[in-house]
Design a protein around this ligand. Sequence first.
Ligand code: NAP
Length: 334
Amino acid sequence: METTTIGASGIEVSRIALGTWAIGGWMWGGTDEAQAIATIRRAVDSGVTLIDTAPVYGFGRSEEIVGKALAGPLRSRVRIATKGGLAWRGGQVFRDSRATRIRAEVEDSLRRLGTDHIDLYQVHWPDSQTPLEETATALEMLRTQGKLGAIGVSNFSPAQMSVFRAAAELDAVQPPYNLFEREMEDGVLPYASRTGLSVLCYGALCRGLLSGRMDIHTTFRGDDLRKIDPKFNGARFRHYLAAVDELSRLARERFDKSVLALAVRWVLDQGPTIALWGARSPEQLDAIGDVAGWHIDTATLRDIDAILRRCIGEPIAPSFMAPPERAIAQPHER
Ligand code: NAP
């Protein structure tokens, strides 16, 4: 397992991290706790030392499951990354990074995770109604108190990060990034490389599209977000599946690997990146070993881009996932 250090924090982690949004159930058609715990433990057994979660993933459920899975001696083998700055009311999620909210959320996360410190704490989405300095100052204070190891942000632009880091030491950023969602290459990735941030890439498998197990007949159940994800609907779904087919062939012929291994390797070969791999059953992590020990050469990178250009006329960003801003007059809600 390849490892890296999160920013300048000195905290060492595996470059493949387990993502636990699906494990929280919300927007993924439900969860199975026993299976989720087994998945987290399989990740650790496979060499993963970074687990990413968030309060909003199942409204506390994902964090509680991570806490249960890591209870006891396992906790010391793993670094936990969680987030704050999203609130919810009646199932409606909105942004709230006010200092009071963040301080309360850190305490709630510590309790759910059953730990006395969070190794990496990230602001989930920028909240345009709260000064970035207010959130950053609150987090820096919590870091000096020893409750947080490192501070990160997610879905922030370089300009927002520059303002944020005037008030807090920033070590990481978490944008969407995978073969099909490349928007961060124009700003966040070069900024992070230049300024020493680790980049935790979310959706490394493009929500399962790059797993290679989907076809045009694949359907999703319950509240699964892929029902409303434009990539999984209509003609676009066919275009993305055609790209997956071609990428599968390329991965097999040139590297004797699966498209899933190619997708994760590709993320890791792009810079100071960590690939967040969302999984909800232990078997989904069987391919972890296939990602290590090889790289994608420059000619193949060019061929991959040609496949994407050929198959996907109009690439579409994952912006459908962005939660709304808090209404100005809304009182502090939890
Ligand atoms: P992802 O990692 O691209 O895809 C996860 C899904 O891929 C799984 O739920 C599973 O789908 C499928 N999958 C995984 N391994 C598989 C395998 N071996 N075979 C077949 N299917 C497989 O998407 P993600 O979970 O959205 O992103 C990863 C993590 O990033 C999240 O869990 C979360 O920690 C983080 N994230 C952060 C943000 C943010 O705003 N900061 C946003 C999104 C995600 P099935 O359900 O079909 O089994």
